[in-house]
Structures are given as C-alpha cells and as structure tokens.
Design a protein around this ligand. Structure first.
Ligand code: ZN
Ligand code: ZN
Length: 178
C-alpha cells in the first residue's frame, strides 16, 4: 500500500480583497491581505493594505480612559470654580453694556487659557479629544455661572455676555490644546 500522493492544489488566482475583479500576486506585508497595485500603500517598511498603511495616531493624540479621567479630574473642579467667579463677576442679568462685553471677552480668554494650562499640566495630550473635554468643562462653567448667577430659562437667549464668555473661552482653550 502506498500512501496517496496529495493532489497538487489547483492554483486559484488570488483576488484583491478590495477589488474582487483584480487578480494579484501582492499581499500586505503586515496582515497578509491580498492587495492590488490600485490600493497598495507604500510605507517606509514595505507595501501595506490601506488599513495597515494608514498613518498611525500620534501618541500625543492617543487619549486613553486614564488620560481622560486625569484631565476631567482637574477640568471639572476648575470649571465649577470659574463658573462661581463668573457668576459674581458677570451675573447673567447684568445689562448689555459695552463694558460688560469687554469683561466677557477678557474673562472668556482668561478662563479658556486657564483651563488649557491646567489640562496641559496634568497631561501631555493634545488633539480633538482633549479639546472636546475642555469644551465640555467650559460648557459646565457657563452653566454654573448662569445658574449660580440666578439666571432663568427666559433670559438664557438674552445672555449675550454668557455667549461671548463661552465662545471666547472655548476658542482660547482649543487654540492651545489642538
Ligand atoms: Zn494589512
Ligand atoms: Zn485593490
């Protein structure tokens, strides 16, 4: 009895994973996915499929749960503090004078800068996620200021100083944390 010799495997042409009608002999050097010249990506370490060839996220932009918690740990208390100061300095029911708008501009810039500085102290992270956390904290600041300053729902949309304060604060913070 002779052991059967395995049949030669029929050579089925390999098709590109993204272009099923394109036959290819190329494969991604990282994950092995068949790729064709149309979708391969050249990287310093060889040819890659579009998924593997995508530029990796910079470490500074990689914000994990712990980073987020650490940032929130300073951003939220600071937001409440700034909100209380805002309620005293610029209560929502003060009139719409030029001085008030100037105070709102200055206070917004100071609050945003302070928030960004505090966040940069506890984390070296930057980018859209950090900006989003800072923005959320500054929104909380605005709410604390509005409610703490005795603002009522009816006056929310006439609180122009509050809108300036929030807008300037978010701009100032995001320009530093971007
Ligand atoms: Zn790949
Ligand atoms: Zn392809």
């Amino acid at each position: 009895m002779t052991s059967p010799t395995p049949l030669p495997t029929p050579t089925t042409p390999t098709m590109c994973a993204r272009h099923p009608d394109v036959e290819t002999g190329l494969a991604c050097g990282r994950c092995g996915t068949p790729i064709c010249p149309r979708c391969l990506v050249y990287t310093p370490v060889g040819t890659r499929c579009p998924d593997c060839g995508r530029a990796p996220t910079l470490p500074i932009h990689r914000v994990g749960v712990l980073d987020a918690l650490r940032i929130l740990g300073v951003a939220l208390p600071l937001a409440v503090m700034l909100g209380i100061v805002g309620a005293l300095l610029l209560p929502p029911r003060s009139g719409g004078s030029l001085l008030m708008f100037l105070v709102a501009l200055a206070a917004g810039s100071a609050a945003g800068t302070l928030m960004a500085t505090a966040i940069m102290r506890v984390s070296r992270k930057r980018g859209p996620r950090v900006v989003a956390i800072a923005g959320a904290a500054l929104l909380l600041m605005s709410m604390v200021r509005f409610v703490g300053g005795g603002g009522e729902a009816a006056t929310l949309f006439r609180d122009f100083a509050g809108a300036i304060l929030l807008f300037v604060a978010v701009s100032a913070a995001s320009s530093r944390l971007r």
